[in-house]
Design a binder for this molecule. Structure first.
Ligand code: SF4
Ligand code: SF4
Length: 365
């Protein structure tokens, strides 16, 4: 695929953003509240130049390296998920009229978004969210409205975090599909590879040149180095294995540390569970139906006829890990984990899914 690539000098990034801005609102990585987060991007100067990220179980720290790169950081707390599956939104409204009740769908306004900086693991997560929200008898109209407008500029990871294990899950660190344009960042600029007709059109508007053999070698070496990661998964497939470990004492040992806070499910780019709620107007003239993210760790998530089926933390953690790594295989033909490592870094007590899976399966990490 690198044979399609061209070279854009670092000074050309402003031109790329200007071309993108002609048809889209751009969302890009920026440092906010001590983390790299996706926000509306006005120009290249707002990107996290010279920022790297050190991540460990329960720890995420920005580091200023003084390098001149804009994308040398590993994933922040956000994936694409909140941009497409809103944390809280209205699905429909109902109002009283003279003729009776009138229902109306509250779809988000059409907006063309372009996201720059997307990583390979998050492209894999997006593909899973697409399957959940768009395939089947009734595609989700809110997700579909946002998804059909999305333009993706992916960036291959040059500096994965210690918490990343996308190489083990098979979802990174180098993107192969699911993007419109792919960037490999070097000190002096970027290799650009188109992934769609729209990406090809954008590329055609830029002042690019051919890739030199030295640049190609540098990118190949960078891609190989990024695939060397510390964390691993058990060597054989987990499909059907965790369900057989439902009585393991390890679940209780995890529960003694787990706060049931739900951070892991909030940052996970593939978790899609939600709850719905009716919010009546105070004057009794109408009502709004809201959807919000939910979590395996909330009491209400397993509530049936007033009784929580999973009453304690051990059962809730078991539900999360077993669904994510085992029963997803029956549902989607693959694991629900793309190896982004967010649940490890953003767990306040540093519970590490890879360590727990090795312990449960009796494998060495
Ligand atoms: S389970 Fe953890 S590592 Fe896997 S995709 Fe979700 S947040 Fe990322
Ligand atoms: S595993 Fe960590 S992040 Fe997840 S609910 Fe427990 S304490 Fe919170």
């Amino acid at each position: 695929m690198m044979s399609d690539s061209t070279f854009l000098p670092q000074s050309g990034l402003a031109q790329l953003l200007t071309e993108l801005a002609a048809g889209h609102r751009i969302i890009g990585p920026q440092v906010e509240q001590g983390a790299v987060q996706y926000r509306s991007l006005q120009g290249a100067a707002e990107l996290p130049w010279g920022v790297r990220v050190a991540q460990q179980p329960g720890s995420y720290r920005l580091q200023r390296q003084g390098s001149e790169r804009a994308f040398a950081w590993a994933n922040g707390p956000q994936a694409l998920k909140p941009l497409l599956f809103a944390p809280r939104e209205s699905l429909w409204q109902v109002v009283k009229t003279a003729a009776g009740l009138s229902f109306s769908e509250t779809l988000p306004p059409p907006e063309r978004l372009a996201v720059i900086g997307v990583r390979s693991c998050d492209l894999a997560a997006l593909a899973l969210q697409d399957r959940h929200f768009l395939q089947g008898a009734s595609p989700d109209a809110h997700y579909a409205r946002r998804r059909e407008q999305l333009f993706i500029v992916a960036v291959n990871c040059s500096h994965p975090a210690a918490t990343c294990f996308c190489a083990a899950s098979g979802d990174g660190p180098n993107a192969v599909s699911g993007f419109d344009l792919l960037l490999d960042e070097l000190d002096e600029g970027f290799l650009l590879t188109p992934g769609s007709e729209a990406g090809q059109q954008l590329l055609a508007a830029l002042s690019v040149s051919g890739v030199t053999p030295a640049q190609r070698q540098q990118v190949e070496a960078q891609r190989r180095a990024a695939a060397v990661q510390q964390r691993t998964l058990p060597s054989s497939s987990l499909a059907g294995r965790l369900l057989e470990l439902a009585s393991s004492p390890r679940w209780q040992q995890i529960a003694e540390r787990c706060l049931a806070c739900g951070n892991c499910t909030a940052v996970c780019p593939t978790c899609f569970c939600h709850s719905e709620q009716e919010v009546p107007q105070l004057d009794g003239e109408g009502s709004e139906h809201l959807r919000q993210w939910d979590s395996c760790f909330s009491a209400g998530h397993s509530l049936l006829h007033g009784t929580p089926l999973r009453a304690d933390t051990a059962q809730r953690y078991r539900q999360w890990l077993t669904h994510k790594f085992d029963s997803w295989h029956q549902q989607f033909g693959r694991s629900g984990c793309v190896g982004c490592g967010r649940c490890i870094a953003w767990c306040p007590v540093g519970i590490d899914v890879t360590e727990e899976l090795h312990a449960l399966c009796g494998d060495e990490a």
